[in-house]
Design a protein around this ligand. Structure first.
Ligand SMILES: C[S@@+](CC[C@H](N)C(=O)[O-])C[C@H]1O[C@@H](n2cnc3c(N)ncnc32)[C@H](O)[C@@H]1O
Length: 251
């Protein structure tokens, strides 16, 4: 029997989300600051136009950022509740970060949420840390729970899309993202290409390649951008779980 991972329909989805999207310029010409602000409940915002809704319904590749909305609201007791992400244990991804980097390196976390992973890195001596998250509630919890790390890092309340676009080329040594997070970004934003533009040395991800968000061929996308898969704990046979992927720059 075929698993959901290698079924024909999954392979079609992976192909679509990997290859059948427009360039960055389509995203930036459609999604403006006022749209990010709308999703983040910030001002000045503009309502989503009828034409944009219709295009998003009819064209799968049409740029959109509404997926982040549940995280922005992050209601208590739902799967978006930041309390769920508080933890003391060292995750497999953080084990890899500690193995592959040293305290002098600059690290950027995408989806830092309430800061449990970043606070660990801070406690190990890392100081050149940056972070971003869509959830204001999660960042408030971060400030309460880990005030020293929060005050030092000043994580940004923004969407990955706008945050990454603002970063200079090769401006950080490593990007990491835990908890099957970058899969949540609609593929109209080329998140892999943008991470590869910003990271100088490597990208470390906990990825659920097929079960969460938009399934893509992350390894092929990374390879195309000059980053090679150096380590993964993914077994040969597909599983429903997320796995660790370490990509290092070839240059
Ligand atoms: C599955 S949680 C993982 C949280 C944390 N990394 C962990 O492993 O505990 C995904 C995180 O990404 C954030 N997020 C999702 N989409 C986002 C987007 N487009 N921009 C910024 N943050 C986003 C959410 O607010 C949430 O904190």
């Amino acid at each position: 029997m075929q698993s959901s991972d290698d079924s024909f329909s999954m392979r079609v989805r992976v192909f679509k989300h990997t290859y059948l999207y427009g360039p960055k310029v389509l995203f930036t010409s459609v999604i403006k600051d006022e749209d990010f602000n709308r999703v983040l409940d910030m001002k000045p915002a503009r309502p989503r136009s009828l034409i944009s809704r219709v295009l998003a319904r009819t064209l799968w590749f049409w740029p959109r950022i509404e997926d982040a909305r549940g995280w922005v609201v992050s209601t208590n007791g739902t799967r978006w509740d930041p309390e769920i992400y508080l933890h003391d244990h060292r995750t497999k991804l953080i084990e890899q970060v500690l193995e592959r980097t040293s305290v002098g390196h600059s690290l950027m976390e995408l989806g830092c949420n309430c800061g449990s992973d970043m606070a660990q890195l801070y406690s190990y001596g890392f100081r050149n840390l940056m972070g971003v998250d869509a959830s204001g509630t999660a960042l408030k919890l971060f400030a309460r729970q880990y005030p020293n790390t929060f005050d030092h890092v000043h994580p940004k309340h923004d969407l990955f899309q706008r945050y990454l676009l603002k970063q200079a080329d090769k401006s950080v040594d490593f990007i990491y993202s835990n908890g099957a997070t970058i899969e949540l970004v609609h593929p109209s934003f080329p998140i892999v290409a943008q991470m590869c533009r910003v990271a100088r040395r490597g990208i470390l991800l906990d990825l659920s390649e097929r079960q969460q968000g938009y399934p893509r061929d992350y390894t092929a996308q990374m390879q195309k951008q000059g980053f090679s898969l150096t380590y993964t704990d993914k077994p040969t046979r597909p599983t429903d779980k997320s796995h660790i992927f370490v990509f290092l720059s070839r240059s």
